[in-house]
Design a protein around this ligand. Structure first.
Ligand code: C2E
Ligand code: MG
Ligand code: MG
Ligand code: MG
Length: 282
């Protein structure tokens, strides 16, 4: 009988509840448990200024340190977190973790670091998003100028999101448009948006140094972005050839495996010490 099968088996007997709902319910439960148990961690990937070859910031990338599945990457859980709404508390946790790390590095004597954090359109649709983010920063004594918020194109078409961006920008935070070149990106409608950086998606960067298409799209994007007073960040930079091409094309900042994979926070101080030496030595 259903009773004998025990808890967790009820889905087979309750016709009104579909399997999807049940799985979603369990996932939401494990999400909030994970949040409570502090299973989400940030890894940090350096961003390198191409004129000086100095590290100018780190992008914080969330991972789920799952007790059974090990380190789970965001592509596996961010879309689900977005569809369940869990991205809202998760996003605030990410801001909190980034603040804690900025403070910890400061206490370890590192020069002040700028950290870029990703924000989903679902977060930016919340009426209190900017208020809550600024409150977390204030609680930790972290200035908004230490923060960079990475948003995607979807967010710049929404009026609630735009109001948050204006508020954060006014507070001194820098804003970056992530994954540029993957949507139906036109630079034209960017004029109304308060972003100061454009991150060229790695799918475009990957085309550089492919001899049949030496990426006129990347070079012309850089030219247009600079005309609009935007800084340009190239993501997914994997080779020295790409670094050279991007530098010549006027790109400001590069991020990718060529410089470093995303790393746990504990590795950052050694990375900074070693990177400065390595880049000036060559
Ligand atoms: P993204 O913001 O475009 O982040 C860049 C992704 O490219 C990261 O993957 C990074 O590890 C990867 N990457 C960096 N350099 C290279 C490279 O040279 N080659 C290649 N092949 N890949 C490179 P990751 O960490 O798996 O993150 C995937 C996406 O998940 C991110 O894309 C971002 O959209 C999302 N995400 C990560 N953390 C958060 C978060 O805290 N909140 C939200 N809402 N989304 C997040
Ligand atoms: Mg990003
Ligand atoms: Mg990106
Ligand atoms: Mg991307």
């Amino acid at each position: 009988s259903a009773k004998k099968a025990g808890r967790g088996q009820y889905r087979f007997f309750d016709q009104s509840l579909n399997l999807r709902d049940v799985e979603q319910f369990h996932l939401e439960q494990s999400f909030s448990e994970a949040l409570h148990n502090r299973e989400f961690v940030l890894h940090f990937q350096p961003q390198v200024a191409l004129d000086s070859l100095q590290v100018c910031g780190f992008e914080a990338l969330v991972r789920w340190q799952h007790p059974r599945f090990g380190l789970v990457y965001p592509d596996r859980f961010v879309p689900l977190a977005e569809s369940t709404g869990f991205i809202v508390p998760l996003g605030l946790e990410v801001v909190r973790l980034a603040c804690e790390q900025i403070v910890a590095w400061r206490e370890q004597g590192l020069p002040p670091q700028v950290v870029a954090v990703n924000a989903s359109p679902v977060q930016l649709a919340q009426p209190d998003f900017s208020e809550r983010v600024l409150a977390i920063l204030a609680q930790h004594g972290v200035g908004p100028d230490r923060f960079d918020l990475e948003i995607t194109e979807t967010s710049i078409l929404d009026s609630t999101a735009l109001a948050h961006l204006e508020a954060l920008r006014a507070a001194g935070m820098s804003l970056s448009l992530d994954d540029f070149g993957t949507g139906y990106s036109g630079l034209a409608h960017l004029e109304a948006v308060p972003v100061s950086k454009l991150k060229i998606d790695r799918s475009l960067v990957a085309k550089i140094c492919n001899r049949h298409d030496d990426s006129p799209i990347v070079s012309s994007t850089i030219i247009l972005a600079k005309r609009m007073n935007l800084s340009v960040v190239a993501e997914g930079v994997e080779t020295r050839e790409q670094v050279v091409h991007l530098t010549v094309a006027g790109c400001d900042i590069a991020q990718g495996y060529h410089f470093s994979r995303p790393m746990p926070a504990a590795e950052v101080p050694a990375f900074l010490a070693q990177f400065g030496r390595a880049e000036t030595a060559t």
